[in-house]
Design a protein around this ligand. Structure first.
Ligand SMILES: NC(=O)c1ccc[n+]([C@@H]2O[C@H](COP(=O)([O-])OP(=O)(O)OC[C@H]3O[C@@H](n4cnc5c(N)ncnc54)[C@H](OP(=O)(O)O)[C@@H]3O)[C@@H](O)[C@H]2O)c1
Length: 337
């Protein structure tokens, strides 16, 4: 799928960007070009130690901000596929610095779309988050706006051969700033801060996120919002998996946080289809035939009123499954303590 193609990842030095890079270089050794686009030269310098240009001749490190349209246009020259992963993603930082979050997550999305439309890019996948579903914080609201911009971009492309789609998923296990590394650190102090004892979250591995993005890149017809079917965990099970001997201190839910996350609301159910391994929310306006789509993907409309929330999931992680995954994906020497 990606051999002889040129790909650019905005936010390529982030958790998802690096895992995507690893997977792409391994699975498609004949990729033409893989451009890592981000701001911080230090992160790029470190990533270049792991993926040096001498060993991976396709890789390029390109310093740039998604707020800078001219720079994006320059970077997109000759690019076939764009994966838009750059974002401000910390809920409380976005609450405190709202205009910065708007500039990156909304202004950045607009710029990426404009730069794609003014170059030869043919496929674009933008990253969303469960927090964009019925958002209660600014981060989620900016990502929902970004989702809408990418989906609507299919309506303004004219005759251009380009497809925009979105991938939405929940907490990525072990990603920058997530709960598992936080608990691993806190257990050394003997006390784990718990925001709410009832809290649940969706759980996906970085590789699971990468697989969904690559699947979207491969199969999107344009305008889909892909939602993988993934299990949930209870925060108390994560605490038990990591630190069974620690005390818990309930610190209360933080501003802008939900007790349970949602990926598909009941209002989305009218345009949500079950495709087996994942759901897809389809746009109201398409430039392809819905009946053809349903037949092609064997897509079944979900029951009216269906919603997909972490608190009412049918699949659950257990203490044992969390321990296995922490060992497999994050800390090979992990032992509960
Ligand atoms: N991690 C999760 O649990 C999770 C869950 C659901 C969805 N997502 C979504 O998945 C995407 C990737 O998340 P992640 O966990 O990989 O994030 P991350 O580790 O925080 O990485 C963010 C990346 O974006 C870059 N970036 C930030 N602002 C930028 C700007 N203005 N211009 C250019 N690059 C910029 C960062 O590099 P510089 O700072 O050097 O520019 C970094 O490479 C995001 O869109 C996020 O909303 C994440």
């Amino acid at each position: 799928m990606l051999n002889n193609k040129s790909i650019l990842i905005t936010g390529g030095t982030g958790s998802l960007g690096k895992e995507l890079t690893k997977t792409i270089l391994k699975k498609w050794p004949n990729v033409s070009r893989l451009v890592i686009y981000s701001r911080d030269e230090q992160k790029q310098f470190q990533m270049a130690q792991e993926f040096p240009e001498s060993e991976y001749p396709a890789i390029r490190y390109f310093i740039g901000d998604v707020r800078d349209l001219e720079r994006l246009k320059r970077a997109f020259n000759g690019i076939d596929y764009v994966i838009h992963a750059a974002a401000m993603k910390h809920v409380h930082i976005a609450e405190y610095n709202p205009d910065e979050c708007v500039k990156t997550n909304i202004g950045g999305a607009e710029n990426v779309i404009k730069a794609c439309l003014s170059s030869g890019v043919t496929k674009v996948v933008a990253l969303s988050t469960d927090k964009a579903c019925a958002p209660i914080n600014l981060y989620g609201a900016t990502k929902l706006t970004s989702d809408k911009l990418f989906i609507a971009a299919n309506n303004i492309k004219g005759k251009q051969d380009i497809k925009f789609s979105v991938v939405r998923y929940g907490n990525v296990m072990g990603s920058n700033g997530s709960v598992i590394p936080f608990f691993m650190k806190k257990r050394e102090e003997g006390v784990l801060p718990i925001t709410d004892v009832n809290m649940t979250r969706f759980n996906i591995s970085l590789q699971g996120g990468v697989d969904m993005v690559l699947h979207a890149l491969d199969t999107a017809w344009g305008g889909e919002l892909f939602v993988p079917k993934i299990p949930s965990y209870r925060i108390l099970d994560v605490a038990q998996a990591i630190a069974p001997n620690c005390e818990h201190r309930v610190v209360g839910i933080r501003p802008g946080e939900k007790v349970h996350e949602e990926m598909i609301t009941s209002s989305d159910s009218f345009t949500t289809y079950d495709l087996g391994k994942y759901y897809v929310i389809l746009p109201q306006v398409t430039n392809w035939n819905l009946e053809d789509y349903k037949k092609h993907f064997n897509a079944k409309i979900v029951p009216q009123g269906f919603s997909y929330t972490s608190g009412e999931n049918t699949e659950w992680e257990t203490v044992a499954s969390m321990r296995e995954q922490i060992k497999e994906h994050l800390y090979p020497d992990f032992e509960p303590k």
